[in-house]
Design a binder for this molecule. Structure first.
Ligand SMILES: [Zn+2]
Length: 172
């Protein structure tokens, strides 16, 4: 069971299921459905939140947003440095460290292909830590995918210069 893997019991599991399906349920409503008191449910939810297992994510639904999303495959000798770049670049939404030669996969946001390609140029091409970098455009997102995106980003800022934007580590 996946619940064992994340270290929660059956009641926690039921509570999580209910919240995932309907995040606006009150503790009292949840209590009624799991046959526990409202304070017990409140305590359990607090615990799950503290553990970091239960998160409430507000953001932009990638599936419907009229933006351009890319996935960059990277081979690097220095994943730590690439992870720092991802954390500091507002156009990089998330990244995965992978096994194998192509050891990082990065999710990018932009307005069009050229924009994304520029971000890859600025950060990863001609970067001595990066042996290989290849970007593909994400054409279709199957399920809803909600990710927090900085909505004040200026997509006009990225040019063919050496830096990406004021907010990015590359401009400091
Ligand atoms: Zn950047």
């Amino acid at each position: 069971m996946i619940s064992d893997k994340i270290g929660i019991d059956d009641i926690d599991c039921k509570i999580m299921d209910l919240i995932q399906k309907e995040p606006t349920l009150t503790h009292t409503e949840i209590a009624g459905q799991v046959n526990r008191s409202q304070p017990t449910v409140g305590m359990r939810i607090k615990k799950l939140e503290k553990l970091g297992v239960l998160k409430y994510q507000a953001g932009v639904n990638i599936k419907v947003a009229d933006l351009c999303f890319g996935r960059v495959e990277i081979q690097t000798k220095n994943p730590k440095k690439v992870i720092e770049t991802v954390k500091n670049c507002p156009f990089m939404i998330n990244a995965f460290k992978l096994s194998g030669d192509r050891n990082m996969s990065i999710l990018l946001i932009g307005t069009n292909y050229k924009f994304l390609d520029n971000i890859v140029n600025i950060h990863f091409r001609n970067n001595p830590d990066v042996i290989y970098a290849h970007m593909d455009i994400i054409e279709n997102v199957v399920n809803d995918l909600v990710l927090p995106i900085d909505l004040n980003l200026d997509f006009g800022e990225v040019s063919l210069q050496a830096t990406c934007c004021e907010k990015c580590i590359c401009a400091q």
